[in-house]
Design a protein around this ligand. Structure first.
Ligand code: SAH
Length: 462
């Protein structure tokens, strides 16, 4: 009943998934009729939290769009707490550091700039700084910023070099920052408090949903140009390659459509997708099929430490939402997973806190096992300042090799691979990628590393 050539077309070269070795494990599921309705309610709650975040960001910092992926990143961080129950209770408002960083990175008065980008961004930044300052200082604006008015810089725009432009911009902006420091900080604190309350409420409400009984309506699956899965007023799309991939991964013989809806709804609403600003898929991007093939061939890799049923290449993988993902073969969250043997690839969501926790977890795993254990880790080379996770791995006693692959020399598969058409699959990395080989002695013996293998791996990333 399905357009076979389409499946074939997409599966040919670029997409990663190893259809070959299907295991015989079939889980006999007791399908819980509540589950559809529960997911429907969960998705509404999570959407509300995203909306609240939007409203507050716009109100407090006058953003046109909420900083891209900020809340997604914060939610991902919550998912990297061991033994989490979807959303654990946040511990303390001050621990929402990620939120602080996310806002500061994009807010006009605190964002980083460098000579290379200053000319492109200058006009917009100046406009935003002035707008924010005027809103805050009202009638005092001209009086307080008279000498250092940022708009004067635009007159010099064509006569200055990039680095002069950068320097003068930073000096002038510092005057604004000085005047507004306390207000920025108090707005940030307020935002943190709001989000702390929201996440606390979300955590309670999700628990309540788990315990209640509901009745579900029917789910419908339409096989048209794409596959459309509907439940009540919600609908999600995916392409045929992934529809059949998920069928193949599914560990039961029954209720596929129902669980497919839950899976799609979870990933698409939890990590909010906004096509306009390309939000939501960034932290779902994966290495390409060729890289996985080489990792398997050269270093015996058979398991992904960070994946989803959509982006996994191997049948063995860890993922963010064990309750639903396990039905599609996931081994649960990486932070609850304690293998003593095996060769793993780890390409975590690019969030500093998650990368740091991953580095600690890998170190502990390697310390605890005498059997062959090996991790090949891919993270962005963020050096300004160097991230804690990166430093941890650099000084690990299990580090066998680390090197950098330049950003223009490798590509990733887009996180929207399960929805989009073939043409948008591969994209050039936005940063250099740092690769680490971390192995205990037995792991190194079993999966040795040499320059020829490294060269082949780098080549496969092109
Ligand atoms: N599997 C691909 C893509 C990795 S993208 C690869 O290895 O190249 C990072 C993935 O980690 C995302 O799919 C994200 O949902 C998942 N993830 C998030 N939290 C996780 C957790 N606690 N344990 C395992 N995976 C997690």
């Amino acid at each position: 009943m399905f357009p076979k050539q389409k499946v074939h077309e997409i599966s040919t070269d670029q997409l990663g998934y190893n259809f070959s070795i299907k295991s015989n494990v079939v889980i006999k599921l007791r399908y819980n009729k509540n589950e559809l309705e529960k997911e429907y309610l969960r998705s509404k709650l999570i959407t509300e939290v995203h909306q609240r975040f939007d409203i507050e960001c716009k109100k407090l910092f006058f953003f046109r769009y909420t900083p891209k992926d900020s809340l997604n990143r914060i939610l991902l961080e919550q998912l990297s707490v061991p033994k989490n129950d979807l959303i654990p209770l946040p511990r303390h408002v001050l621990e929402l550091d990620t939120l602080d960083k996310e806002i500061k990175n994009v807010f006009c008065l605190t964002c980083k700039i460098d000579s290379k980008t200053v000319r492109i961004r200058l006009k917009k930044l100046i406009k935003e700084c002035i707008y924010f300052a005027k809103q805050m200082l009202k009638n005092d604006y001209f009086q307080l910023i008279e000498k250092n008015n940022l708009s004067d810089l635009l007159d010099l725009y064509d006569t200055l070099t990039d680095s002069e432009l950068e320097q003068i911009f930073l000096n002038k902006r510092a005057v604004y920052v000085n005047l507004l420091q306390t207000r920025i900080e108090s707005r940030l604190m307020y935002l943190k408090q709001v989000m702390f309350n929201e996440l606390t409420k979300l955590s309670f409400d999700l628990k309540k949903i788990k315990e209640e009984n509901y009745t579900s309506d029917k789910v419908s699956v339409e096989l048209g140009q794409k596959v459309i899965v509907r439940y009540k007023d919600k609908q999600f799309e995916l392409n045929y390659f992934h529809y059949y991939k998920l069928k193949d991964l599914f560990l039961s013989n029954e209720f596929f459509d129902e669980y497919l809806f839950v899976l799609l709804s979870r990933y698409q609403t939890f990590f909010r997708h906004n096509h306009q600003i390309n939000e939501g898929y960034g932290m779902q991007a994966s290495l390409s099929k060729n890289v996985f093939k080489q990792l398997n061939r050269l270093f015996g890799v058979t398991h992904e430490a960070f994946a989803s049923p959509f982006n996994c290449y191997f049948r063995n993988y860890c993922s963010a939402f064990p309750d639903i993902d396990c039905l599609f073969g996931s081994s649960g969250s990486f932070f609850d997973y304690e293998p003593i043997e095996g060769s793993f690839e780890a390409n975590p969501p690019f969030t500093e806190e998650v990368i740091e926790r991953m580095s600690v977890h890998i170190e502990n795993l390697l310390k605890s096992s005498l059997r062959p254990l090996s991790f090949v880790v891919f993270i962005p080379e963020w050096l300004d300042p160097p991230t804690t996770g990166l430093l941890n791995m650099e000084k690990s006693k299990y580090l066998r090799k680390t090197f950098n692959v330049e950003k223009n020399k490798h590509r990733y598969i887009c996180g929207s691979q399960y929805v989009d058409g073939l043409d948008s699959y591969l994209y050039q990395a936005a940063h250099n990628t740092r690769i680490f080989f971390l192995q205990n002695d037995a792991g190194n013996l079993q999966w040795p590393i040499d320059q020829t293998k490294i060269d082949l791996l780098i080549k496969s990333m092109e």
